[in-house]
Ligand binder design. Structure first.
Ligand SMILES: [Fe+2]
Ligand SMILES: [Fe+2]
Length: 96
C-alpha cells in the first residue's frame, strides 16, 4: 500500500433482498481506501431492524468505476444468518 496517497471513503444505503416476508434498510460509510487504481472498500455493519431482528454483514466492494468526474464502487454480498434466513445486498456507493 502506498501511504503517500490520500485516503477516502464512500457512503452507501439501500434495502436488502426480500426474504422470509420482509426487507431491511441499511446505510453506512465504507472503510477507508487509498486513492489508487484498483482499490476496494470494506463494508461492514448491521441492517436496520425489520420483523423484530437485524443482520450483520461484512464484505468487500468491487474496484472503482469511473474516472475524471469521480468514481463509485459496485458491491454485492450476503448478510449473516439470523431468524432462520439471510438476505443479499447490492448497489453502488456514493461518488467520490
Ligand atoms: Fe431478515
Ligand atoms: Fe473508492
Amino acid at each position: 500500500m502506498d501511504y503517500t496517497q490520500g485516503f477516502h471513503t464512500h457512503s452507501y444505503n439501500g434495502e436488502t433482498s426480500f426474504n422470509d416476508g420482509h426487507r431491511h434498510r441499511y446505510s453506512g460509510e465504507t472503510g477507508a481506501a487509498p486513492d489508487v487504481p484498483g482499490h476496494k472498500h470494506a463494508l461492514d455493519g448491521r441492517t436496520a431492524v425489520a420483523d423484530r431482528h437485524m443482520h450483520s454483514y461484512a464484505f468487500t466492494s468491487g474496484p472503482e468505476m469511473g474516472s475524471d468526474g469521480g468514481h463509485v464502487h459496485y458491491y454485492t454480498g450476503i448478510t449473516g444468518f439470523n431468524d432462520g434466513h439471510r438476505h443479499t445486498m447490492s448497489g453502488y456507493t456514493s461518488i467520490y
